[in-house]
Design a protein around this ligand. Structure first.
Ligand code: NAX
Length: 354
Protein backbone atom coordinates (compact mmCIF):
# COMPACT_ATOMS: atom_id res chain seq x y z
CA UNK A 1 0.00 0.00 0.00
CA UNK A 2 0.87 3.68 -0.10
CA UNK A 3 2.87 5.41 2.61
CA UNK A 4 0.61 7.43 4.93
CA UNK A 5 0.47 11.18 4.36
CA UNK A 6 0.71 13.34 7.48
CA UNK A 7 -1.97 16.03 7.58
CA UNK A 8 -1.88 18.81 10.17
CA UNK A 9 -5.13 20.50 11.19
CA UNK A 10 -4.65 23.48 13.52
CA UNK A 11 -7.64 24.63 15.55
CA UNK A 12 -8.70 20.99 15.42
CA UNK A 13 -10.89 21.26 18.52
CA UNK A 14 -13.00 23.98 16.88
CA UNK A 15 -16.13 23.54 14.83
CA UNK A 16 -14.51 23.42 11.38
CA UNK A 17 -11.91 21.03 12.76
CA UNK A 18 -14.65 18.74 14.05
CA UNK A 19 -16.22 18.57 10.59
CA UNK A 20 -12.90 18.35 8.77
CA UNK A 21 -10.95 15.61 10.52
CA UNK A 22 -13.46 12.82 9.78
CA UNK A 23 -13.53 13.85 6.12
CA UNK A 24 -9.74 13.57 5.96
CA UNK A 25 -9.80 10.23 7.79
CA UNK A 26 -12.38 8.90 5.32
CA UNK A 27 -10.28 9.75 2.28
CA UNK A 28 -12.43 12.65 1.09
CA UNK A 29 -9.38 14.89 0.87
CA UNK A 30 -6.66 12.65 -0.52
CA UNK A 31 -8.55 9.75 -2.04
CA UNK A 32 -9.94 6.39 -0.88
CA UNK A 33 -6.61 4.58 -1.26
CA UNK A 34 -4.43 7.10 0.61
CA UNK A 35 -3.71 6.29 4.27
CA UNK A 36 -3.32 9.31 6.52
CA UNK A 37 -1.87 10.23 9.89
CA UNK A 38 -3.71 13.16 11.45
CA UNK A 39 -1.84 15.79 13.43
CA UNK A 40 -4.29 17.88 15.45
CA UNK A 41 -3.03 21.06 17.08
CA UNK A 42 -4.91 23.39 19.39
CA UNK A 43 -4.13 25.61 22.36
CA UNK A 44 -4.01 24.47 26.02
CA UNK A 45 -7.54 25.70 26.97
CA UNK A 46 -8.87 23.37 24.25
CA UNK A 47 -6.67 20.38 25.14
CA UNK A 48 -9.43 18.38 26.77
CA UNK A 49 -11.85 18.94 23.90
CA UNK A 50 -9.06 18.02 21.48
CA UNK A 51 -8.55 14.76 23.31
CA UNK A 52 -12.29 14.12 22.97
CA UNK A 53 -12.02 14.50 19.21
CA UNK A 54 -9.13 12.07 19.23
CA UNK A 55 -11.25 9.56 21.17
CA UNK A 56 -14.01 9.87 18.58
CA UNK A 57 -11.55 9.33 15.74
CA UNK A 58 -10.43 6.12 17.42
CA UNK A 59 -14.07 5.10 17.96
CA UNK A 60 -14.93 5.67 14.30
CA UNK A 61 -12.35 3.01 13.31
CA UNK A 62 -11.48 4.64 10.01
CA UNK A 63 -9.56 2.09 7.93
CA UNK A 64 -7.38 4.78 6.30
CA UNK A 65 -6.41 6.43 9.57
CA UNK A 66 -2.99 5.12 10.58
CA UNK A 67 -2.34 7.41 13.52
CA UNK A 68 -3.45 10.48 15.44
CA UNK A 69 -1.20 13.06 17.06
CA UNK A 70 -3.27 15.39 19.28
CA UNK A 71 -1.14 18.09 20.81
CA UNK A 72 -0.84 21.63 22.05
CA UNK A 73 2.86 21.68 21.18
CA UNK A 74 3.44 23.48 17.88
CA UNK A 75 6.68 21.66 17.13
CA UNK A 76 5.15 18.24 17.72
CA UNK A 77 2.14 19.25 15.65
CA UNK A 78 4.23 20.40 12.69
CA UNK A 79 6.87 17.67 12.64
CA UNK A 80 6.96 15.72 9.41
CA UNK A 81 3.66 17.03 8.04
CA UNK A 82 3.11 16.88 4.27
CA UNK A 83 -0.04 18.99 4.31
CA UNK A 84 -0.97 21.71 6.79
CA UNK A 85 -4.53 23.02 7.11
CA UNK A 86 -4.40 26.13 9.26
CA UNK A 87 -7.84 26.55 10.82
CA UNK A 88 -6.75 27.89 14.21
CA UNK A 89 -6.70 31.60 14.80
CA UNK A 90 -7.90 34.43 16.96
CA UNK A 91 -11.52 35.29 16.21
CA UNK A 92 -12.81 38.84 16.03
CA UNK A 93 -14.89 39.53 19.10
CA UNK A 94 -17.56 42.16 19.61
CA UNK A 95 -16.04 45.60 20.04
CA UNK A 96 -12.48 44.59 19.17
CA UNK A 97 -10.39 46.83 16.94
CA UNK A 98 -9.36 45.39 13.60
CA UNK A 99 -5.77 46.09 14.44
CA UNK A 100 -5.94 44.11 17.69
CA UNK A 101 -7.34 41.05 15.92
CA UNK A 102 -4.74 41.40 13.18
CA UNK A 103 -1.99 41.68 15.74
CA UNK A 104 -3.05 38.44 17.49
CA UNK A 105 -3.19 36.54 14.22
CA UNK A 106 0.08 37.95 12.96
CA UNK A 107 1.83 36.65 16.04
CA UNK A 108 0.14 33.22 15.73
CA UNK A 109 1.01 32.89 12.04
CA UNK A 110 4.52 34.16 12.51
CA UNK A 111 5.34 31.49 15.08
CA UNK A 112 3.52 28.69 13.29
CA UNK A 113 5.34 29.64 10.08
CA UNK A 114 8.68 29.17 11.84
CA UNK A 115 7.60 25.80 13.24
CA UNK A 116 6.47 24.60 9.80
CA UNK A 117 9.63 25.88 8.18
CA UNK A 118 11.82 23.99 10.63
CA UNK A 119 9.83 20.81 11.15
CA UNK A 120 7.41 20.10 8.29
CA UNK A 121 8.29 17.65 5.51
CA UNK A 122 10.02 19.11 2.48
CA UNK A 123 7.51 20.42 -0.05
CA UNK A 124 4.75 20.68 2.57
CA UNK A 125 1.58 22.20 1.11
CA UNK A 126 -0.17 24.79 3.27
CA UNK A 127 -3.80 25.91 3.22
CA UNK A 128 -4.81 28.78 5.50
CA UNK A 129 -8.50 28.81 6.44
CA UNK A 130 -8.46 31.08 9.51
CA UNK A 131 -9.38 34.70 8.96
CA UNK A 132 -8.10 37.05 7.77
CA UNK A 133 -7.16 34.09 5.54
CA UNK A 134 -5.27 35.86 2.76
CA UNK A 135 -3.20 37.97 5.11
CA UNK A 136 -2.53 35.14 7.56
CA UNK A 137 -1.20 33.18 4.57
CA UNK A 138 0.98 36.11 3.55
CA UNK A 139 2.47 36.35 7.04
CA UNK A 140 3.04 32.59 7.03
CA UNK A 141 4.84 32.93 3.70
CA UNK A 142 7.03 35.78 4.98
CA UNK A 143 8.15 33.83 8.02
CA UNK A 144 8.69 30.50 6.29
CA UNK A 145 11.03 31.61 3.52
CA UNK A 146 12.31 28.11 2.82
CA UNK A 147 8.83 26.83 1.98
CA UNK A 148 8.28 27.54 -1.73
CA UNK A 149 5.80 30.40 -2.12
CA UNK A 150 3.77 28.20 -4.48
CA UNK A 151 3.07 25.94 -1.51
CA UNK A 152 1.27 28.58 0.55
CA UNK A 153 -2.39 29.19 -0.25
CA UNK A 154 -5.60 30.33 1.38
CA UNK A 155 -9.17 29.10 1.15
CA UNK A 156 -11.59 30.83 -1.22
CA UNK A 157 -13.01 27.55 -2.46
CA UNK A 158 -15.96 27.91 -0.11
CA UNK A 159 -16.88 31.17 -1.84
CA UNK A 160 -16.31 29.48 -5.21
CA UNK A 161 -18.58 26.60 -4.26
CA UNK A 162 -21.16 29.06 -2.96
CA UNK A 163 -21.14 30.74 -6.38
CA UNK A 164 -21.70 27.39 -8.11
CA UNK A 165 -24.46 26.63 -5.64
CA UNK A 166 -26.21 29.95 -6.25
CA UNK A 167 -26.09 29.54 -10.03
CA UNK A 168 -27.44 26.04 -9.69
CA UNK A 169 -30.27 27.11 -7.38
CA UNK A 170 -31.32 30.08 -9.43
CA UNK A 171 -31.16 28.34 -12.81
CA UNK A 172 -32.57 25.13 -11.45
CA UNK A 173 -29.72 23.01 -12.78
CA UNK A 174 -27.55 20.45 -11.03
CA UNK A 175 -24.53 22.01 -9.33
CA UNK A 176 -22.38 19.35 -11.02
CA UNK A 177 -23.38 20.88 -14.38
CA UNK A 178 -22.05 24.32 -13.41
CA UNK A 179 -18.35 25.20 -13.55
CA UNK A 180 -15.71 27.88 -13.95
CA UNK A 181 -17.08 30.55 -11.68
CA UNK A 182 -14.26 32.68 -10.25
CA UNK A 183 -13.65 34.28 -6.89
CA UNK A 184 -11.19 37.13 -7.25
CA UNK A 185 -9.31 38.71 -4.37
CA UNK A 186 -9.85 38.67 -0.64
CA UNK A 187 -11.90 36.16 1.34
CA UNK A 188 -13.98 39.06 2.68
CA UNK A 189 -16.99 41.03 1.57
CA UNK A 190 -14.90 42.79 -1.11
CA UNK A 191 -14.31 39.49 -2.92
CA UNK A 192 -15.55 39.52 -6.50
CA UNK A 193 -17.61 36.47 -7.46
CA UNK A 194 -17.39 36.50 -11.26
CA UNK A 195 -19.66 34.41 -13.45
CA UNK A 196 -18.59 36.00 -16.74
CA UNK A 197 -16.70 32.84 -17.72
CA UNK A 198 -18.91 30.27 -16.03
CA UNK A 199 -20.62 27.60 -18.07
CA UNK A 200 -23.66 25.40 -17.63
CA UNK A 201 -24.07 21.96 -19.16
CA UNK A 202 -27.42 21.87 -20.95
CA UNK A 203 -29.15 19.18 -23.01
CA UNK A 204 -27.78 20.89 -26.13
CA UNK A 205 -24.19 21.02 -24.87
CA UNK A 206 -22.06 23.20 -22.65
CA UNK A 207 -23.13 26.84 -22.85
CA UNK A 208 -20.61 29.56 -22.14
CA UNK A 209 -22.80 32.05 -20.40
CA UNK A 210 -21.36 34.99 -22.35
CA UNK A 211 -22.44 33.44 -25.62
CA UNK A 212 -25.99 33.38 -24.40
CA UNK A 213 -26.04 36.99 -23.31
CA UNK A 214 -25.22 39.72 -25.79
CA UNK A 215 -25.33 42.52 -23.23
CA UNK A 216 -21.89 43.26 -21.83
CA UNK A 217 -23.32 44.46 -18.55
CA UNK A 218 -25.12 41.15 -18.28
CA UNK A 219 -23.66 40.47 -14.92
CA UNK A 220 -25.93 42.81 -13.03
CA UNK A 221 -29.02 41.30 -14.63
CA UNK A 222 -27.47 38.46 -16.53
CA UNK A 223 -28.84 35.61 -14.53
CA UNK A 224 -32.33 36.70 -15.42
CA UNK A 225 -31.47 36.75 -19.12
CA UNK A 226 -29.69 33.44 -18.96
CA UNK A 227 -32.46 31.76 -17.11
CA UNK A 228 -35.02 32.97 -19.62
CA UNK A 229 -32.90 31.92 -22.56
CA UNK A 230 -32.04 28.52 -21.13
CA UNK A 231 -35.15 27.62 -19.28
CA UNK A 232 -37.98 29.59 -20.78
CA UNK A 233 -40.36 32.19 -19.58
CA UNK A 234 -41.59 30.13 -16.67
CA UNK A 235 -38.63 31.43 -14.72
CA UNK A 236 -39.92 34.97 -15.17
CA UNK A 237 -42.16 34.84 -12.14
CA UNK A 238 -39.23 34.63 -9.78
CA UNK A 239 -36.99 36.66 -12.03
CA UNK A 240 -37.14 39.93 -10.14
CA UNK A 241 -35.30 38.20 -7.33
CA UNK A 242 -32.44 37.33 -9.65
CA UNK A 243 -31.70 40.89 -10.54
CA UNK A 244 -28.35 41.90 -9.17
CA UNK A 245 -28.64 39.50 -6.28
CA UNK A 246 -25.90 37.09 -7.17
CA UNK A 247 -22.81 38.99 -6.10
CA UNK A 248 -24.36 40.18 -2.85
CA UNK A 249 -25.67 36.73 -1.98
CA UNK A 250 -22.27 35.10 -2.40
CA UNK A 251 -20.49 37.91 -0.58
CA UNK A 252 -22.95 37.87 2.33
CA UNK A 253 -23.49 34.12 2.55
CA UNK A 254 -21.25 33.70 5.59
CA UNK A 255 -23.32 36.26 7.51
CA UNK A 256 -26.56 34.56 6.43
CA UNK A 257 -25.30 31.23 7.81
CA UNK A 258 -24.39 32.85 11.13
CA UNK A 259 -27.84 34.41 11.35
CA UNK A 260 -29.54 31.08 10.67
CA UNK A 261 -27.31 28.73 12.63
CA UNK A 262 -26.03 31.09 15.31
CA UNK A 263 -22.68 29.59 14.35
CA UNK A 264 -20.47 30.24 11.36
CA UNK A 265 -20.14 27.88 8.39
CA UNK A 266 -18.44 24.66 9.34
CA UNK A 267 -19.42 21.68 7.22
CA UNK A 268 -19.26 23.68 3.99
CA UNK A 269 -15.92 25.19 5.01
CA UNK A 270 -14.53 21.75 5.84
CA UNK A 271 -15.82 20.24 2.61
CA UNK A 272 -14.40 23.10 0.56
CA UNK A 273 -11.02 22.75 2.28
CA UNK A 274 -11.04 19.09 1.17
CA UNK A 275 -11.90 20.18 -2.39
CA UNK A 276 -9.04 22.69 -2.36
CA UNK A 277 -6.42 20.16 -1.29
CA UNK A 278 -7.81 17.32 -3.39
CA UNK A 279 -7.74 19.36 -6.59
CA UNK A 280 -4.31 20.78 -5.76
CA UNK A 281 -2.81 17.34 -5.13
CA UNK A 282 -4.77 15.19 -7.58
CA UNK A 283 -5.46 17.79 -10.30
CA UNK A 284 -8.45 19.65 -11.70
CA UNK A 285 -10.54 17.97 -14.39
CA UNK A 286 -9.71 18.95 -17.98
CA UNK A 287 -11.46 22.20 -18.89
CA UNK A 288 -12.30 23.07 -15.29
CA UNK A 289 -10.76 25.68 -13.08
CA UNK A 290 -11.23 26.44 -9.40
CA UNK A 291 -10.49 29.43 -7.17
CA UNK A 292 -7.51 29.47 -4.81
CA UNK A 293 -5.87 32.24 -2.83
CA UNK A 294 -2.28 32.19 -4.11
CA UNK A 295 0.79 34.42 -4.16
CA UNK A 296 0.21 36.97 -6.88
CA UNK A 297 2.76 37.21 -9.68
CA UNK A 298 1.11 40.28 -11.19
CA UNK A 299 -1.31 38.32 -13.39
CA UNK A 300 -4.37 40.37 -14.39
CA UNK A 301 -2.53 43.45 -13.11
CA UNK A 302 -3.12 42.40 -9.54
CA UNK A 303 -0.22 43.79 -7.48
CA UNK A 304 2.50 41.16 -7.02
CA UNK A 305 3.17 40.13 -3.44
CA UNK A 306 -0.41 39.71 -2.24
CA UNK A 307 -2.16 36.45 -1.52
CA UNK A 308 -5.08 36.94 -3.91
CA UNK A 309 -7.73 34.54 -5.13
CA UNK A 310 -7.40 33.64 -8.82
CA UNK A 311 -8.84 31.03 -11.15
CA UNK A 312 -6.34 28.16 -11.26
CA UNK A 313 -5.91 24.75 -12.79
CA UNK A 314 -3.85 22.10 -11.03
CA UNK A 315 -1.67 19.33 -12.37
CA UNK A 316 1.10 17.22 -10.82
CA UNK A 317 0.60 18.92 -7.48
CA UNK A 318 1.07 22.46 -8.82
CA UNK A 319 -1.42 25.22 -9.49
CA UNK A 320 -1.25 27.57 -12.45
CA UNK A 321 -3.23 30.78 -12.79
CA UNK A 322 -5.60 30.60 -15.76
CA UNK A 323 -4.37 33.26 -18.17
CA UNK A 324 -6.00 35.32 -20.87
CA UNK A 325 -9.52 35.66 -19.52
CA UNK A 326 -11.19 38.85 -20.67
CA UNK A 327 -11.88 41.34 -17.89
CA UNK A 328 -14.58 43.91 -18.58
CA UNK A 329 -14.74 47.35 -17.05
CA UNK A 330 -17.04 46.42 -14.18
CA UNK A 331 -14.89 43.42 -13.32
CA UNK A 332 -11.71 45.50 -13.48
CA UNK A 333 -13.06 47.85 -10.83
CA UNK A 334 -14.01 44.96 -8.60
CA UNK A 335 -10.63 43.24 -9.03
CA UNK A 336 -8.91 46.50 -8.07
CA UNK A 337 -11.15 47.21 -5.10
CA UNK A 338 -10.45 43.88 -3.43
CA UNK A 339 -6.71 44.25 -4.23
CA UNK A 340 -6.74 47.62 -2.49
CA UNK A 341 -8.27 46.08 0.59
CA UNK A 342 -5.58 43.39 0.61
CA UNK A 343 -2.85 46.01 0.23
CA UNK A 344 -4.28 47.82 3.26
CA UNK A 345 -4.50 44.58 5.24
CA UNK A 346 -0.90 43.83 4.36
CA UNK A 347 0.19 47.25 5.63
CA UNK A 348 -1.81 46.74 8.82
CA UNK A 349 -0.24 43.32 9.33
CA UNK A 350 3.27 44.73 8.83
CA UNK A 351 2.55 47.54 11.27
CA UNK A 352 1.75 44.85 13.85
CA UNK A 353 5.20 43.34 13.35
CA UNK A 354 7.12 46.40 14.38
P1 NAX B 1 -13.67 27.88 16.26
O1 NAX B 1 -13.53 29.04 17.17
O2 NAX B 1 -14.76 26.90 16.47
O3 NAX B 1 -12.29 27.07 16.27
C1 NAX B 1 -11.05 27.68 16.22
C2 NAX B 1 -10.09 26.80 17.00
O4 NAX B 1 -8.77 27.34 16.83
C3 NAX B 1 -10.37 26.74 18.48
O5 NAX B 1 -10.43 25.40 18.92
C4 NAX B 1 -9.19 27.48 19.10
O6 NAX B 1 -8.84 26.99 20.38
C5 NAX B 1 -8.12 27.20 18.07
N1 NAX B 1 -6.96 28.08 18.13
C6 NAX B 1 -6.90 29.38 18.48
N2 NAX B 1 -5.65 29.82 18.45
C7 NAX B 1 -4.88 28.79 18.06
C8 NAX B 1 -3.50 28.62 17.87
N3 NAX B 1 -2.65 29.63 18.07
N4 NAX B 1 -3.05 27.41 17.46
C9 NAX B 1 -3.89 26.39 17.27
N5 NAX B 1 -5.22 26.48 17.47
C10 NAX B 1 -5.70 27.67 17.85
O7 NAX B 1 -13.70 28.51 14.80
P2 NAX B 1 -14.17 27.82 13.44
O8 NAX B 1 -15.60 28.09 13.21
O9 NAX B 1 -13.67 26.43 13.40
O10 NAX B 1 -13.40 28.73 12.37
C11 NAX B 1 -12.00 28.70 12.27
C12 NAX B 1 -11.48 29.81 11.39
O11 NAX B 1 -11.95 29.68 10.05
C13 NAX B 1 -11.93 31.22 11.82
O12 NAX B 1 -10.81 32.08 11.74
C14 NAX B 1 -12.95 31.59 10.77
O13 NAX B 1 -13.06 32.99 10.62
C15 NAX B 1 -12.37 30.92 9.55
N6 NAX B 1 -13.27 30.69 8.42
C16 NAX B 1 -12.75 30.82 7.17
C17 NAX B 1 -13.46 30.49 6.03
C18 NAX B 1 -12.83 30.59 4.67
O14 NAX B 1 -13.54 30.35 3.71
N7 NAX B 1 -11.56 30.94 4.52
C19 NAX B 1 -14.87 30.07 6.12
C20 NAX B 1 -15.25 29.55 7.46
C21 NAX B 1 -14.63 30.25 8.65
O15 NAX B 1 -15.40 31.38 8.93
Amino acid sequence: GKEPVRVLVTGAAGQIGYALVPMIARGVMLGPDQPVILHMLDIPPAAEALNGVKMELVDAAFPLLKGVVATTDVVEGCTGVNIAIMVGGFPRKEGMERKDVMSKNVSIYKSQASALEKHAAANCKVLVVANPANTNALILKEFAPSIPEKNITCLTRLDHNRALGQISERLNVQVSDVKNAIIWGNHSSTQYPDVNHATVKTPSGEKPVRELVADDAWYENGLLLISIILFGLSTLKCSHKLHGEFIATVQQRGAAIIKARKLSSALSAASSACDHIRDWVLGTPEGTWVSMGVYSDGSYNVPAGLIYSFPVTCRNGEWTIVQGLSIDELSRKKLDLTAEELTEEKALAYSCLS
